[in-house]
Design a binder for this molecule. Sequence first.
Ligand code: FES
Length: 126
Amino acid sequence: MALYSEKVMDHFRNPRNVGVIEDADGVGEVGNAKCGDIMKMYLKIEDDMIKDVKFETFGCGSAIASSSMATELIKGKPVADAMNLTNEAVAEALDGLPGYKMHCSLLAEQAIHAALDDYKKRNEAK
Ligand code: FES
């Protein structure tokens, strides 16, 4: 059996939603201290819905595929749904990741949560 599913390879080779949102409503950056990989998420939020999401990932293939899939899973969804996104759901949507690569999908979950926290903080400050 191949180590990586076709979906992982597809999202690694053709990642969706790569880039920056200049006027983002929330930005989250997280890193994995062990491997040094970094992920940054940008969210555009209107009426409690994720209108747009983009990411930059400086990391391994699994981290790139995970961030790509995570953006697809939350785009157009309510903020509450994005808040509940887990790395297990991201890995499942990718048809699985090798066990020792699950921490890469965790970066995607953490980056989205960090961006949502940033969005909430900005709103509280208003
Ligand atoms: Fe660092 Fe995958 S090895 S996120």
